[in-house]
Design a protein around this ligand. Structure first.
Ligand code: FAD
Length: 466
């Protein structure tokens, strides 16, 4: 806990800069900024600020540096590994008032936005230009938060992750310096790849105050489908076969049997309760027809007995909403329990084994949970609903997390494909990265020597010097 008088002095200074409403110690606001969407313990923020410009962010960061008080950048708070919880206290910088779409470069397929713009806000505007932004993590997250977690989602199999979309970031560093990490050029051989470094840095290297992002033309035709399989292994093998056949699928999502039950209950649908793939094809009419025919052959060879297409917008929206609301349907169906989502990513050739192992482990432990995921990338999630008052269940869910992560790391996968490290996956960093973790820590120390930017996330606290 921070000394009350250091926060008090800083509050006075920040109120002079931002006014009373935009620098607050209101209990409700502090509490809202002390949690995310996960099971990690809540810790209210000490002080929350709402800047409106890069200059204001830089001034807040400089003031915090002078008082040696930590800073936690905050987008929507939808992260799942405790990323925004200020365990070391300090100021939360909430970017919700920096929510302007600054420029749409139609001809360059680029947009420049402030970090508090959400992905649906951006897509609503881009639609007027026949364009769309591809990364879709389900939650209506902010683009700043999505860049900071290197978010990805249902469309990543075709368009890539957040890191692939970022052309430039404006970043306020820990000492208040403002830098740009890239340019508008489609490629560059000049200097180190700072976009790559800052994307995924989870607020530990600086605050993003502007982002320039790639956007895409809305495809001529889109078709969505649902394919049910007799077993989860058959569904996963179908994904691998579709990928290996080179079909340019734009989404392929796995939803296991218990999760299909949740989908039906929450969305009021009557989809078969079997391991299911949600698929999307996009492109021109001729190409689409070919892709669909080829996919039909592959899935029927693997025992798919129910392949249903949704061609109209309403049906497609219903299907993807059902998929996107899955996590919330688990939450609503299990009052009193907390959601723990673990997310790993493996090479596609290891996917079938990994999903099979995960399902078996959940069942053997007697836990409540489902498997779902962006399986086209080798990325899947286990959603567990835990009774946090039952120590046996909490212990088992930790053991399950360990087992799933170990399985992925043993096969040269990663402990998180998209949710990030936060505090939840810190303990796996040394095993996953080995000596490379030391390189990352050196970069962190160089950019933030006082360890004030979102301390305790992504990196373990620095060791005390003797
Ligand atoms: C139901 C559900 C489904 C989800 N599905 C997915 C999914 O499919 N794929 C996926 O990738 N994630 C998923 N997530 C996790 C989450 O939505 C993403 O991590 C998202 O990118 C977080 O964005 P946010 O705006 O909520 O950021 P926050 O949670 O507010 O912050 C996340 C991190 O970014 C940092 N940050 C925020 N803004 C800035 C900024 N301007 N500058 C620097 N750092 C900043 C924060 O300090 C923190 O470390 C899901 C979450 C939920 C609840």
């Amino acid at each position: 806990m921070l000394a009350v008088n250091s926060i008090g002095n800083l509050l006075e200074e920040l109120r002079e800069l931002l006014g009373e409403e935009r620098a607050t110690v209101n209990d409700t606001v502090r509490d809202l900024h002390g949690r995310d969407e996960s099971y990690h313990a809540v810790r209210p923020s000490d002080l929350v600020v709402f800047p409106e410009s890069t200059e204001e962010v830089a001034a807040v960061v400089k003031a915090a540096a002078r008082h040696r008080i930590p800073i936690v950048p905050f987008g929507l708070g939808s992260s799942l590994e405790g990323h925004v919880i200020p365990y070391d206290g300090g100021i939360t910088i909430d970017f919700s008032l920096m929510n302007q779409i600054l420029e749409i470069h139609e001809d360059d397929f680029l947009v420049r936005v402030q970090p508090g713009v959400t992905r649906t806000q951006l897509n609503k505007e881009l639609k007027k230009y026949g364009l769309f932004f591809s990364v879709d993590p389900g939650a209506d997250a902010t683009l700043g938060g999505m860049a900071a977690t290197n978010a990805s989602g249902t469309t990543t199999v075709k368009y890539g992750v957040m890191r692939d979309q970022v052309r430039d970031l404006e970043v306020v560093l820990a000492d208040g310096t403002v830098i740009h990490t890239g340019s508008l050029a489609a490629k560059s051989a000049s200097g180190l790849h700072l976009n790559g470094l800052f994307v995924g840095s989870e607020g530990t290297l600086g605050c993003f105050t502007e982002l320039t992002l790639r956007v895409y033309g809305i495809p001529e035709q889109i078709a969505a489908a649902r394919a049910s399989f007799p077993t989860i292994d058959a569904a996963v093998t179908a994904v691998v076969s579709i990928q290996q056949a080179g079909i340019p699928i734009s989404r392929v999502e796995l939803v296991d049997e218990p999760s299909m039950q949740q989908v039906n209950r929450h969305a009021g649908t009557g989809y078969p309760v079997k391991p299911t793939l949600f698929l999307e094809f996009s492109g021109n009419e001729a190409g689409l027809r070919q892709d669909i025919e080829f996919t039909e052959e592959i899935v029927s060879d693997l025992g798919c007995d129910n392949l249903e297409f949704e061609m109209d917008q309403e049906g497609m929206n219903r299907l993807w909403e059902a998929r996107h609301h899955l996590a919330y349907s688990y939450i609503h169906s299990h009052p009193g329990r907390k959601m723990m989502v673990t997310d790993v990513c493996v090479p596609i050739s290891e996917l079938a084994g990994a999903v099979h192992h995960a399902r078996e482990t959940v069942d053997n432990m007697g836990l409540i949970g489902g498997i779902t995921g962006h399986v086209g990338d080798g990325n899947f999630h286990i959603i567990l609903m835990i009774d946090m008052n039952n120590p046996d269940e909490v212990r088992k869910s930790d053991e399950l997390n360990e087992a799933i992560v170990s399985y992925a790391l043993d096969r040269n996968g990663t402990c998180t494909g998209e949710h990030g490290v936060g505090v939840g996956k810190l303990k796996y960093q040394a095993r996953e990265h080995g000596a490379a973790l030391g390189v990352m820590e050196t970069i962190k120390r160089a950019l933030d020597p006082e360890n004030l930017m979102n301390p305790g996330k992504l990196f373990n606290p620095p060791k005390e010097e003797n």
